[in-house]
Design a protein around this ligand. Structure first.
Ligand code: SAM
Length: 362
């Protein structure tokens, strides 16, 4: 391991908190296409590779996020499927450093120095490495035990019909303690101190905890917790029966086979588009980056994305707390796929988003 401890911005997200199944159905990636994806920790960018596009361009302005993606790429190359699950933290493991050592030679110097300097993050599982996962771990370790016993948390994952889930939520789960402590812990104040960069809230109006509490009800009643890897990680710290798309065994080889078609750029999307001279971009995975921008900045960026695309190009993005959909002035250029988006939003396993947006270049 290198003695040099590279400075760098902290990892925001050790895994993608956007449902890859929803993303892939929304994007409808076809063989031969050119895709652009906000990297975050990389899982959803890798998921896109499984659909055989010509090229996936991963972009993130935070170099630490690209180090997360790069280590995943090395892991898909160097490890077996079950070993990747161990390294990520989906399943328990006492040998993550040994697995990491097998990935090291495939890392470029910056990512190598980055991960060599973070053996603790490797030990905990790289899916836990972000500030956001640290925040969730505090919720799980310090707040949840004040509300529900371990047994009751386990009961949430019992087999139930939708009606039975609603009954369990309303009679057992949704206690006054749950509501009060949830509202406190997922308040804007606590979240911006512990979980998300305060700049994420620059354009948010009003409180957020009440909205999240309503979405949480949807997440444990309308959706089945047994099939939800994201909820499983939030409440138990690992995957206990379901896996996100990129980690399912049936997608492993397709992702591994597509890794040569991935390229990574550490810059803002705005800067990347400024100098982009490649083929038109067919598919955009834009995470929820627009709510970090002012309305004017969002509109300017939307125009650039359309200009870099072609007829039929698709943009997929989420609204967490800020409403962002294409302005009326762009109606002739961007057509919203409203029905598909609301159908997918209903089954979105990352249940906390307010809206999914799918727009097609006309
Ligand atoms: C937008 S965040 C969203 C994470 C999660 N959905 C949430 O809201 O907490 C995902 C990634 O986008 C990156 N990002 C945000 N704005 C960007 C921009 N304009 N250009 C490139 N990357 C950006 C961040 O660095 C981060 O790694």
């Amino acid at each position: 391991m290198r003695p040099h401890l590279p400075e760098g911005p902290p990892i925001g997200y050790g895994q993608c908190w956007e449902d890859a199944d929803v993303l892939l159905r929304a994007l409808d990636v076809r063989p031969g296409q050119t895709c652009l994806s906000i990297a975050s920790a990389g899982d959803n960018t890798l998921a896109m590779l499984s659909r055989s596009p010509d090229r996936v361009i991963a972009i993130d302005r935070n170099p630490s996020q690209l180090a997360c993606l790069e280590l995943r790429v090395a892991a898909y190359r160097a490890l077996s499927h079950s070993e990747v699950l161990e390294l990520i933290g989906s399943v328990p493991s006492a040998r993550r450093r040994t697995l990491y050592r097998r990935c090291r030679e495939r890392l470029k110097p910056e990512a190598l120095a980055f991960w060599d300097a973070r053996p603790g993050a490797i030990d905990r599982g790289i899916g836990n490495a972000g500030r956001f996962e640290g925040y969730l771990a505090s919720f799980r370790g310090r707040v949840l035990p004040l509300v529900h016993s371990r047994d009751r948390v386990a009961q949430l994952f019992d087999t139930r019909s939708r009606g039975e889930r609603t009954g369990f939520h309303d009679r057992v789960w949704n206690s006054w303690r749950w509501r009060i402590l949830f509202r406190l812990f997922f308040s804007r104040l606590v979240m911006s101190r512990l979980g998300r960069d305060p700049r994420c809230f620059a354009h948010v109006d009003g409180g957020v905890a009440g909205r999240l509490l309503r979405r949480a009800r949807h997440g444990v009643t309308e959706l089945d917790p047994r099939k939800n890897p994201y909820l499983q990680w939030i409440l138990t710290g690992r995957h206990t029966g379901a896996l996100p798309y990129a980690l399912r065994p049936e997608h492993f080889e397709a992702i591994r086979g597509g890794l040569d078609r991935l390229e990574c750029h550490c810059q803002s999307l705005e800067d990347f588009l400024e100098s982009y001279g490649g083929p038109p971009i067919d598919r955009y995975n834009l995470s929820d980056i627009f709510e970090y921008l002012s309305q004017d900045e969002y509109h300017r960026l939307l125009k650039r994305l359309v200009a870099a695309g072609r007829q039929g190009s698709r943009l997929v993005y989420w609204n967490l707390f800020v409403a962002r959909t294409r302005p009326e002035g762009m109606a002739a250029r961007l057509r919203p796929l409203t029905e598909l988006a609301s159908n997918l939003h209903r089954i979105d396993k990352c249940f906390f988003y307010g809206r999914l947006v799918i727009e097609e270049v006309a």
